[in-house]
Design a protein around this ligand. Sequence first.
Ligand code: DC
Length: 220
Amino acid sequence: MHVEAHVVALDGPAGSGKSTVARAVASRLGFDYLDTGAMYRAVAFEAIRRGVDPQDAERVGEIAKRMDLEVGERVVVNGADATIEIRGPEVTRAVSSVAAHPKVRSELVLRQREWATGRSGVVMEGRDIATVVFPDAQVKVFLTASEDARADRRSKEMRDRDYSDVAADMVRRDRADSTRAASPLSAAADAIVLDTTALSSDEVVDKVLELARSKWGDVQ
Ligand code: DC
């Protein structure tokens, strides 16, 4: 695989601050941003919409292969705007099962690489960007934070849900994401691990930018 683009790979568990940081880093560097979690959520959304069991590897794999998917400001699945629904509790509960199917993963990894082709600089966030999607990325950052800090951030994002529900969902999802057979969540051996528990998002952004500039100079 060849990587022509400047790739910033940002991985980590739920609530580690990836999305906020990835968007800010992309905007500061003038790079394009892709939230790969939204792609797994879109597959889960489509499976639920069609009444397909999220655990059904074969049928969910077919959905991923055939689906027409746009991920940007809005997430559009086979022509339907799913931007709001993909963040809802139903999709959140189903997404770990969907993301564990090797067929779903190989299809989405392919699309993620295609998306980066022809772009000069990209920030991609997910769980396996530095380990699988772009193992040659020059900037690899793995964000972590204490369980409490992560649950706190998540429940602030989901104001309509109870803290203990959000925390329980998050722990369950992290366990599933970290223990699945296909590309489990783990830091790449050459990733910089940043514990964000006591850092503001601006501080994390500055650290990632520092790293990017140490590799590429002033990229913008
Ligand atoms: O980042 P998120 O919470 O929106 O991700 C949704 C789910 O998708 C998460 O449970 C793990 C999975 N995921 C994955 O397996 N690989 C990725 N690159 C991104 C997300």
